[in-house]
Design a binder for this molecule. Structure first.
Ligand SMILES: [Zn+2]
Length: 81
């Protein structure tokens, strides 16, 4: 799945509704086919939702960066294993 890394970087934009429509479509297609990315997407969605419900304010860029890095590191480990 060569698109995984790219898709991962687009997920938080997608969740925020900031991803262009054509990219949304390809992300959704990829999620339908890729269990790994679905798991990532689910945990990212939950994390953001929990954060928002607790704070009732948009996710700061700093936290988004941290989430991205954490997910990318996790994904990279999985890939090597
Ligand atoms: Zn994938």
């Amino acid at each position: 799945m060569p698109d995984c890394r790219k898709l991962l970087a687009q997920m938080s934009e997608y969740i925020d509704g900031e991803l262009p429509k054509d990219l949304c479509a390809s992300l959704e297609r990829h999620l339908a086919d890729c269990p790994n990315c679905r798991v990532m997407f689910d945990s990212l969605t939950k994390t953001i939702k929990i954060y928002r419900e607790g704070k009732e304010e948009p996710l700061p860029d700093e936290l988004k960066d941290k989430l991205h890095k954490a997910l990318e590191a996790r994904w990279a480990r999985k890939r090597r294993a």
